[in-house]
Design a protein around this ligand. Structure first.
Ligand SMILES: Cc1ncc(COP(=O)(O)O)c(C=O)c1O
Length: 362
């Protein structure tokens, strides 16, 4: 199997642990183990204390699958398969649902593996950009449909743009016919919770979820697929036997603790996001050399620099001179001088101040 390099992950590997101020991270501030354990109810405290470190169930711990199912309207624990974070299920689903010669439509900008794995399987992939103001352009997707279109892939809420389709747009997308695969790893961080749209799995598609982003628990490496299609589920499970087989037991218990306390866990992330958005509103009001479409959901936005800069060079010098990491839009194959900004980390105001100082010295 040959697959193109994963530009975003390569970039993070280079900078994430060598640059002190991260201004482009998409995961919420990570929890301390002690703080998370303090949220455990008696059942899960006992499960944690008495845990043995053997193999676990292939589809995931029953209590975890139940907690995950409670995030949906129609999905039951049986419809959930637990994985090692989000990349493994993307790989598994793309491997079993896509055949060489199939056609896949993916909405961009988004996370490269959502279409790259399908491409490496021999599928033809049509990339459809988000429209004006980062709106989901269902008309443009419809125009790409072919008799062999097997899957439509989107990331909603979206990274890098922080955009979110309306429920009506989502339902229009489902009405097109092909299987809809929605990467919903930023779900539950809608900036106005009334904007939350139905999950794909509740509408007959496949949902991808993870503990890494809104829940601030990337280190657990726990994610899942939810689908109410039993045949597809069995094929995915059969493929998982060739991957991790099962998840890490400690991570499963910790993820269940977080999901049972999700109001507190998500409330903490929302508090950081709200405080940082206020700082960013002030920044964009003061600076006409930077602009963005204010995100509606998630942890990131795509910022445009209205200056004559070459963005990869700007990012490299910003890292060298101010110790600040930004993720150039070119990593998403997005043209122009843009970068992703992440606003779910507590260190964002300092990183932003450093970016501002650096810009003013240019
Ligand atoms: C949209 C999207 N999907 C999936 C992932 C992968 O998540 P994880 O690192 O938890 O596997 C990311 C991580 O950046 C992402 O932004």
């Amino acid at each position: 199997m040959s697959i193109a390099p994963f530009k975003l992950e390569q970039y993070f590997e280079r900078y994430e642990f060598s640059v002190p101020h991260l201004l482009s991270s998409s995961d919420a501030q990570a929890w301390r183990l002690d703080d998370l354990l303090a949220l455990a109810d008696e059942e899960l405290r006992t499960a944690w204390n008495e845990l043995t470190l053997g193999y676990t169930e292939v589809r995931g711990h029953p209590l975890l699958r139940e907690a995950i199912a409670s995030l949906y309207d129609e999905v039951t624990a049986e419809d959930v398969i637990v994985f090692a974070a989000a990349q493994e299920p993307i790989f598994a689903l793309s491997s079993v649902a896509i055949e060489p010669g199939d056609h896949v439509i993916a909405v961009v900008p988004s996370y490269q593996s959502l279409y790259e794995v399908a491409r490496s399987r021999g599928a033809e992939v049509s990339l459809v950009p988000l429209g004006e103001g980062w709106r989901l352009d269902v008309g443009a997707i419809r125009a790409e449909l072919r008799p062999n279109t097997r899957m439509i892939v989107l990331n909603a809420p979206n990274s890098p743009t922080g955009s979110l389709p309306s429920e009506a747009e989502l339902r229009e997308l489902f009405a097109l016919g092909p299987l809809v695969f929605a990467d919903e790893v930023y779900r539950f961080l809608e900036h106005d919770p009334r904007d939350r749209i139905p999950a794909a799995a509740d509408l007959g598609g496949v949902s991808l979820g993870v503990m890494s982003k809104a829940f601030g628990l990337a280190g657990l490496r726990i994610g899942w697929l939810a689908t109410r299609d039993p045949r597809l589920r069995e094929r995915i499970v059969a493929f998982k036997h060739y991957l991790t087989i099962c998840s890490a037991g400690p991570s499963e218990i910790l993820a269940t603790i977080a999901l049972r306390s999700r109001d507190a866990v998500l409330g903490r992330a929302r508090g950081i996001v709200d405080a940082n958005l206020a700082v960013l509103d002030d920044f964009f009001a003061r600076r006409d050399d930077f602009g963005w479409v204010r995100p509606r959901a998630g942890t990131t936005g795509l910022v445009e620099i209205h200056r004559d800069v070459e963005i990869e060079d700007f990012a490299r010098r910003l890292a060298d001179e101010e110790g600040v990491m930004i993720l150039p839009g070119t990593i998403f194959d997005w043209p122009g001088a843009t970068f992703r900004i992440g606003y779910a980390r507590t260190g964002m105001p300092e990183a932003l101040a450093r970016l501002e100082r650096f810009t003013d010295q240019q």
